[in-house]
Design a protein. Structure first.
Length: 87
């Protein structure tokens, strides 16, 4: 929360910023109502971004594992390729 408050308070002053983030763009967005630029809203958005990235990655990995376990030939090819790559 402190980082979000810091970003909101430093609106327009990016002298100490290494790179802009999505929150800088949201703060500078003129079409976004000021009420949507609150600490609570940015906290919700950051949680959404984190969960979205985590869930999609987990789902993709779980799906790949299931399909590999159901197809022994492809699993064997993958294991051989991985072994060759690390040896």
């Amino acid at each position: 929360m402190a980082k979000i408050k810091e970003k909101i308070n430093s609106r327009g002053d990016y002298s100490n910023v290494k790179h802009r983030t999505i929150f800088h763009d949201l703060l500078d967005n003129r079409s976004l109502p000021e009420g949507d630029k609150s600490v609570k809203r940015f906290s919700q958005e950051s949680q959404l971004l984190l969960v979205a990235g985590t869930v999609t990655t987990a789902t993709a990995l779980a799906s790949a594992i299931v399909y590999l376990l159901l197809d022994e030939k492809r699993l064997q090819v993958l294991l051989e390729e991985l072994e060759a790559a690390v040896s």
